[in-house]
Design a protein around this ligand. Sequence first.
Ligand SMILES: [Mg+2]
Length: 147
Amino acid sequence: MRALFLDIDGVLNHGDTETYFEAEKVQILNKILAATDANLVVTSTWRIGATPEEMDEVLTSQGILPGRVIGVTPDLDDQRGQEICEWLRAWADCYGIEKIAILDDRSDLGPLVKALVRTSKAKGLTEQDANLVIQYLNSKFLLPLMA
Ligand SMILES: [Mg+2]
């Protein structure tokens, strides 16, 4: 299975519009999901206090393809790289995760930065970002799950 670790603010919206998802960005994410068959693990602060099922409902209500959210990362005091590592430690075998990519406007990911496609907070998710994620997830080469 392919997993895309998804931030929301600065990805599905941009600038200071951090209270909603932008339809144009949602369409770009759906293009990634359709092209890669990836499932989503939500890393954004939007996940705090929500189950994966609840996050899937939130994303679906915003137009994202339904049933894609398989997880939310644990809350480890906003250390995003560590949170993703913890999620992988707990679930990668269970889900048979073979390939990952990370979409985020932050880059404090430690060794996992190798799997990052970094968006700009000023623009949010672009077509170019999406093409990179698709390349990562569809490449024949396994990305390192842990360095
Ligand atoms: Mg962000």
